[in-house]
Design a protein around this ligand. Structure first.
Ligand code: DC
Length: 227
């Protein structure tokens, strides 16, 4: 199949990264998790002791950071300035602050430019919030993945439980996810929206293989139809 780009957007916990990775593996494409890039910058801001309301300093830091995403045995590895931060960027502290960092237009500008570069040679499956609308408006296949807040909280709860992390209740997770949705949807720069031409997939009652197959079928349609 000739190379093309796939944009997958949607709210937190809709299963984007799992699905995007499987689709990429299946097609032999490169998976790019843009949320991990916002998380890496957030991690570095926290480490540097920069205040989260100091936009100029935060933008400067983003400009001076070298972010790399590399394939690993168990998923994508994330490096910032050569340091492996793959697990650090999933901490509660980073998760709690990343939406605020992602609201800063100057930081988005820096990361969007990097993301466009990563997709320039095609053959990329990119997931995030603004991929189909802003980063890759010309992506050949666009998907908006969603699911009910309660099912997204349940999935996240199970993930944490399986990882031995039981410190947070299902109710709290539901509240956190709803709050993050609201922040991502209401921010001024590149809010989370369903991009023009994006196919809506509500995964509330779908299994992972079913979702992957739906996307692969869109890809086959694209390849066959020569759109
Ligand atoms: O997908 P995630 O939970 O790792 O994303 C982390 C945060 O980054 C989330 O608050 C939304 C934000 N984000 C964004 O604003 N734009 C993207 N393209 C990807 C993520």
């Amino acid at each position: 199949m000739k190379k093309f780009n796939i944009a997958i957007d949607g709210p937190a916990g809709a299963g984007k990264s799992t699905i995007a990775r499987l689709v990429a593996d299946n097609l032999g494409f490169i998976y790019v998790d843009t949320g991990a890039m916002y998380r890496a910058v957030t991690w570095k801001i926290i480490q540097s002791g920069i205040r989260l309301d100091d936009e100029q300093e935060m933008i400067e830091l983003a400009k001076q950071s070298e972010i790399r995403l590399l394939p690993g045995e168990q998923g994508q590895l994330v490096f910032i300035d050569g340091k492996d931060v793959t697990s650090d960027i999933r901490s509660a502290e980073v998760t709690g602050n990343v939406s605020q960092v992602a609201q800063v237009a100057g930081i988005r500008k820096v990361l969007v430019a990097k993301q466009k570069e990563m997709a320039a040679s095609k053959g990329v499956v990119m997931d995030g919030r603004d991929i189909g609308s802003t980063v890759l408006p010309d992506a050949e296949v666009k998907v908006f993945l969603t699911a009910s807040v309660s099912i997204r909280a349940e999935r996240r709860f199970k993930e944490l439980k399986d990882a031995g992390r039981t410190g947070i209740s299902l109710e709290q997770l539901e509240r956190d996810i709803a709050a993050r949705d609201k922040m991502d949807q209401e921010r001024e720069t590149s809010p989370l929206v369903r991009a023009e031409g994006a196919v809506l997939l509500d995964t509330t009652e779908m299994t992972i293989p079913e979702v992957v197959e739906s996307i692969l079928s869109l890809c086959r349609e694209h390849a066959g139809g020569g759109k």
